[in-house]
Design a protein around this ligand. Structure first.
Ligand SMILES: Nc1nc2c(ncn2[C@@H]2O[C@H](COP(=O)(O)OP(=O)(O)OP(=O)(O)O)[C@@H](O)[C@H]2O)c(=O)[nH]1
Ligand SMILES: [Mg+2]
Length: 288
């Protein structure tokens, strides 16, 4: 799944900076994904300003992923349209599986996933499954409520409440959009830029520990029967996607709940907007 990761290893700070800058000069790679018929091809068409991609009211029009290079304010963005999934009677379930595989394939090459949700349909289980795929692949995430033009303003969802209702989505920017009319497309690019800059963000070890250690001291991990679980320090070991190692005398004693709590606390200082980062416990003895 890691097509473009930057493992920091023994790289010097300067080498890390150079590699990040080189990556950021390349076109942003964006996967446009979502359930059939949510408007993926229409959005990319609008960006292109021409009818190069086939859009139609039938799900499954797009046979293969197509790359589209778009220039916005002088910067290049490569959008990948995910093929629609043909649903036909008995093969509906198989189609759904193909959808998951195709989404996964598109995600491998992408830095950022723009997940389209149909506003008139609301957030469905199918949408949530696709969003979880993005989080599992740890790609940058921008949530888009598309077809906003087709919703009665009185019925429109309150997007500022989404993170309260679904706390696991609170890290991601969410916007209203219409790929048909082009409403809010500048905001889409703004959010893509923000998420991409966090996707390539390197937080130095001392800055990271200034964010973590006071929290750990104030609210240490729950004790095990065998003794206290201590957190020694944290360090970012990978960029794109972000991986942070958390060194502890009992790495297996850190519960998912505590890791989520620490993740939330890190985000209060280093928001990693739209970036689902991984906090991975690692073993180390004190003083080692
Ligand atoms: N009102 C409105 N309709 C839209 C919008 N975007 C797409 N549509 C309509 O929704 C239908 C599906 O659009 P597509 O762009 O083909 O959707 P898709 O996600 O590419 O579909 P598949 O490739 O089949 O998965 C078409 O009838 C579009 O005209 C939008 O922003 N507003
Ligand atoms: Mg399509």
């Amino acid at each position: 799944m890691e097509a473009h990761r930057l493992v920091l290893g023994d790289l010097s700070e300067e080498e890390i900076r150079e590699r990040i800058l080189k990556r950021l000069e390349e076109p942003a790679r964006i996967a446009v994904i979502g359930r059939p018929n949510v408007g993926k091809s229409t959005l990319i068409n609008h960006l292109l300003g021409e009818e190069r991609l086939v859009t139609s009211p039938l799900p499954g029009t797009t046979r293969d992923a197509i790359d589209t290079l778009v220039t916005w304010k002088g910067r290049p963005y490569r959008f990948v349209d995910t093929a629609g999934i043909r649903k036909r009677g008995k093969i509906a379930e198989a189609s759904e599986m193909y959808g998951i595989i195709r989404t996964e394939r598109t995600l491998i090459q992408a830095e950022i996933a723009v997940v389209l949700i149909s506003t008139p349909d609301g957030l469905t289980d199918g949408d949530l499954r696709i969003i979880r795929q993005v989080i599992d692949a740890r790609r940058g995430l921008v949530l888009v409520f598309n077809k906003w033009d087709a919703t009665d303003p009185k019925e429109a969802p309150d997007l500022t409440k989404l993170g309260e209702r679904y706390p696991f989505l609170a890290f991601a920017p969410v916007i209203a959009l219409s790929g048909l009319t082009g409403k809010n497309i500048p905001a889409l690019f703004r959010h893509i830029d923000t998420v991409r800059s966090w996707y390539y963000r390197r937080i130095g070890t001392s800055a990271l520990n200034r964010a973590i250690l006071p929290v750990v001291e104030h609210t240490p991990p729950p004790r095990l029967k065998t003794g206290a679980v201590r957190i020694l320090y944290a360090t970012q070991v990978q960029i794109a996607p972000t991986v942070i190692h958390l060194f502890s005398n009992h790495p297996d004693g850190l519960s998912p709940t505590y890791l989520q709590f620490l993740t939330r606390k890190i985000r209060e200082i280093h928001p990693f907007t739209g970036v689902p980062f991984l906090l991975r416990p690692r073993g180390k003895k004190e003083g080692e």
